[in-house]
Design a binder for this molecule. Structure first.
Ligand code: ZN
Length: 171
């Protein structure tokens, strides 16, 4: 009897492990196809990956879209607003959306006109804010920015991925 119990537990474990692996693979592809550009300006001033900034090597964890001041910013996917405020460490005014499957999107250097607040549900394509100025009204630098642009990052389980690898449909 004990032997069967052990086999049963082993089979259950293997089944769960297989399910996790399968769902993980299918999740990435199903989620990937659903992201849209967060702005209608698709020219990029800085790509994802290693770059040299102010003479130092640094890893750019998103893409910078050359969007003019006041450009509309769209929710790349549907989800909940996790953060909508000023964020230290170079982000400036920032919105973070939380989507299904451990995916988050982050929009930086945006204006002080937040159109959403923490806890709001947003639909894909909904305008959540606008591209902001280099300096905020209180004189503080709006994150690490040399001028108006939209910095956009996609997190998958706390790691970043190249947004351009999943942004398939334009708005
Ligand atoms: Zn950037």
């Amino acid at each position: 009897m004990k032997k069967y119990t052990f086999i049963l537990i082993l089979l259950s474990f293997l089944y769960i492990a297989t399910q996790c692996f399968n769902s993980n693979l299918s999740n990435i592809s199903s989620v990937s196809s659903n992201f849209i550009y967060p702005t209608k300006y698709t020219d990029i001033s800085s790509f994802y990956g290693n770059r040299i900034l102010y003479g130092n090597h640094n890893f750019h964890n998103g893409v910078d879209f050359l969007a003019p001041l006041g450009s509309e910013i769209y929710a790349s996917n549907s989800g909940y607003v996790e953060y909508a405020s000023f964020l230290e460490d170079g982000f400036g005014n920032t919105i973070i959306l939380s989507h299904d499957l451990g995916i988050k999107t982050l929009y930086c250097h945006i204006s002080e006109t937040f159109l959403v607040k923490v806890g709001d549900y947003v639909s894909q394509g909904q305008i959540i804010g606008y591209v902001g100025p280099k300096y905020l009204s209180n004189g503080i630098l709006n994150g690490n920015t040399t001028g108006p642009h939209l910095h956009f990052t996609i997190y998958k389980n706390e790691n970043t991925i190249d947004p351009l690898s999943v942004l398939k449909n334009n708005v």
